[in-house]
Design a protein around this ligand. Structure first.
Ligand code: C2E
Ligand code: CA
Ligand code: CA
Length: 689
């Protein structure tokens, strides 16, 4: 029920007008009763005088006629206020009386009950008027008249009558007053009602732009103005709050982006992926499903960064992200784990077929070179694939399995993919074992240098490449392709390189004696070696110690290793070259397709990678690349050495196309120094037929 002020105000008005009107009626009644008493008094006095007169006449004309006297009281019975009346002689003996017993019924003790005690004249008491009149003259009194008249009764009956007469008037007056008051009050509080409706509207619509239109100057007007000011303040506050909230939301988004997304590529970052992967693994395990995880990194990315600058590296990472994104479907998760490492979590279908298809799609997507800042760069991928079931749905095991598979791809050669198999964990253990045994292997003399001859077009040996092996006490003969990358990762390569340099220097007298003339022993350097400032000093000191002529030494370095530390490499090889050593760029043609750097570096020989030689007969592309490398070398006045010659056709082809020197199993596999010095120094075409 709507509570309204009108009801209590109406009740208050009705009550107060009732009280007012009743008060008026009371005053009126008081006034009236006084005049009634006066009337009764006058009437009683008149009655008393009239009786006294009549009695004096009767007594003078008919003395002793008491019967006549008693008739005198007959008419006064009609007098409505009379209580009692009596006529006494001069000795106050009753001559005649009317209702004398009622005098005794008067309760007020102040009223005199005997005629002698009643004072002469008109006497007024509480509720009673007593008249004492002398009959005859005061000089010759004939008797006394005493009359008692009731004024109480008169008042009551008179008031009641008067009340009944005035009641309709009072009622009408009361209704009129109440009605008028309620009307005025209603008019006065009607703005209050509209203010109530207005505040209700604001509350319900939450529209704080609303304003009250009440503009009176009274209290209600001031409340309305105050409410409007309050709404102004609320609006301002809301605006400030809204802006603050927007800022907070923005900040929160930025923070979440920073925390979960890679700022360079915009891809989810490692943190985001780990959180998601943990949930996905739990879900897959619950539903008895499998999950596929692909890891990949860019082949030779470090070299690009070092040679072409981090900005170019960053551009490549962005392009890689875009290129891969195009291959994926909605729902596939693609993230950058850090550096040049990326992860793909396909949404559906964790079959091996799907894994292979996706890995192949990834790899072939990178066949196309990146066109950046006028450069055309080919960047390959090494992909590792692992499944949740193989990892027992364990997050870190899954990541480590994918990582192992990826490193297996790297070891196999660039641009390949590997599906994780449990035996890789074994091989990982072997890796760790090898990594931990390198230093001890060096001090225990477990390493051996084998030599593989290099021959010129006449079949004469012009040098030999020193290729290290590890005679491992547990694993037997371990090949460099296995332990060199491990040594590089474990920071142990410098110790190996130094050992090989020392060993070749120690073998040099035997080698030069066997070769009987110009001979170069080639030593392989790793990219990691070039970062060490002490390498040159070590080489110099070792040459000095073993009295080695630097012209008998050639250093081989892959183009990626050279470019990984471009400026350091350049500085180092300039010093090496100045000393008299030769420098060969190994595995040429497999890494960078940008050849512009060739004019800036200090080398003597380009070594055509074995891959091209092997494919000479089968691949037009390999023939073209080989031809181009030889051509390029000629233009740059560099000599060309091809490796991996296994048959005569390959040799003939290379000779025909201008290759200077060759190396391959056809002539000799890498062999220990003792075997080498016992082998022929010249190879004839005829001996291979
Ligand atoms: P590389 O420098 O390209 O060495 C040539 C590799 O090709 C040698 O493998 C050699 O045995 C092999 N090879 C040569 N001719 C033929 C052929 O006709 N057919 C086939 N199938 N293979 C042929 P190896 O000795 O296993 O060495 C592998 C790699 O290990 C080397 O590749 C080199 O990168 C690295 N390496 C070897 N010794 C050292 C070293 O002392 N220091 C460093 N840093 N790396 C080394
Ligand atoms: Ca080599
Ligand atoms: Ca090579």
């Amino acid at each position: 029920m709507l509570k309204t002020l009108k009801i209590p105000i109406g009740i208050a008005v009705a009550l107060s007008t009732a009280v007012l009107i009743t008060s008026i009626a009371m005053v009126n009644k008081l006034d009236n009763s006084e005049s009634v008493v006066e009337v009764v008094k006058n009437n009683t006095a008149a009655l008393s005088n009239s009786l006294a007169l009549q009695l004096s006449v009767i007594m003078e004309r008919n003395p002793g006629n008491d019967a006549l006297l008693s008739t005198l009281f007959q008419p006064i019975k009609e007098y409505e206020h009379l209580i009692s009346a009596a006529f006494y002689d001069n000795n106050y003996s009753v001559i005649s009386s009317f209702q004398p017993e009622r005098v005794l019924e008067i309760s007020d003790p102040a009223v005199p009950k005997t005629p002698q005690s009643v004072p002469f004249g008109m006497n007024q008491y509480e509720g009673v008027i007593v008249a004492h009149q002398i009959v005859g003259s005061s000089l010759y009194p004939l008797g006394h008249i005493v009359i008692y008249a009731d004024i109480d009764n008169v008042q009551t009956t008179n008031s009641a009558r008067q009340f009944l007469e005035q009641l309709p008037v009072f009622l009408a007056l009361w209704l009129l007053c109440t009605g008028v008051c309620i009307f005025i009050v209603s008019r006065l509080i009607s703005p209050l009602a509209s203010l109530r409706r207005f505040t209700q509207d604001v509350f319900e619509t939450k529209d704080y732009a609303l304003r009250s239109s009440i503009n009176s100057s009274n209290e209600i007007g001031r409340i309305a103005t105050n409410i409007n000011s309050l709404l102004d303040a609320i609006e301002v506050e809301l605006l400030v709050n809204f802006e603050q909230k927007e800022t907070l939301v923005d900040q929160q988004e930025t923070m979440s982006r920073l925390a979960n997304f890679d700022s360079l590529t915009g891809l989810p970052n490692r943190q985001f992926v780990l959180d998601n992967l943990r949930l996905e693994l739990a879900r897959a395990k619950r539903n008895d499903e499998d999950l596929l995880l692909l890891f990949f990194d860019l082949d030779g990315f470090k070299g690009i960064n070092d040679s072409l600058g981090h900005e170019t590296g960053d551009l490549i990472l962005i392009e890689v992200a875009d290129r891969v994104q195009c291959l994926l479907r909605d729902g596939d998760l693609f993230a950058r784990l850090g550096g040049d490492e990326f992860l793909v979590l396909p949404d559906r279908d964790a079959s091996a077929d799907q894994a292979k298809r996706l890995a192949m799609r990834l790899i072939t997507a990178f066949d196309e070179p990146f066109e950046l800042r006028g450069l055309s760069l080919t960047v390959g991928l090494s992909v590792g694939v692992a499944t949740a079931s193989d990892a027992g749905y364990d997050l870190s095991e899954l990541m480590s399995n994918a990582d192992l598979a990826m490193y297996r791809s790297k070891a196999r050669g660039r641009g390949s993919y590997t599906l994780f198999t449990p035996d890789m964990v074994e091989s990982h253990k072997r890796k760790l074992h090898l990594a931990n045994g390198i230093e001890q292997g060096i001090s225990n003399d477990e390493f051996v240098v084998y030599y593989q001859v290099k021959v010129n077009n006449n079949g004469n040996v012009i040098g030999a490449e020193a290729l290290i092996r590890w005679q491992h006490p547990e694993f037997g003969l371990v090949m460099p392709n296995e332990f060199i990358p491990i040594a590089e990762q474990g920071g142990k390569i410098t110790a190996i390189t130094q050992w090989v340099i020392k060993q070749v220097c120690m073998d040099m007298p035997d080698l030069t004696r066997w070769a009987k003339g110009d001979f170069r022993a080639s030593i392989n350097l790793s990219g990691h070696d070039l970062r060490s400032n002490q390498l040159f000093d070590h080489i110099y000191n070792t040459f000095t110690l073993y009295d080695v002529n630097p012209e008998n030494i050639e250093f081989e370095v892959t183009e990626s290793a050279y470019l990984e530390n471009f400026s350091l490499s350049n500085k180092f090889f300039r010093r090496i070259s100045n000393m008299g050593c030769a420098i060969a760029l190994d595995d040429f043609g497999t890494g960078y397709s940008s050849l512009s750097y060739l004019t800036q570096i200090n080398i003597d020989t380009l070594k055509v990678d074995r891959q091209f030689v092997t494919e000479l007969q089968s691949s037009e592309r390999s023939r073209l690349v080989t031809g181009a490398i030889i051509d390029l070398a000629k233009r740059l006045s560099l000599s060309v050495c091809a490796e991996g010659i296994e048959n005569l056709d390959q040799w003939h082809y290379l000779i025909e196309h201008g290759c200077d020197n060759v190396q391959g199993f056809m002539f000799s596999k890498p062999i220990p120094i003792n075997d080498l010095v016992a082998s022929p120094y010249q190879y004839k075409t005829g001996q291979f037929v």
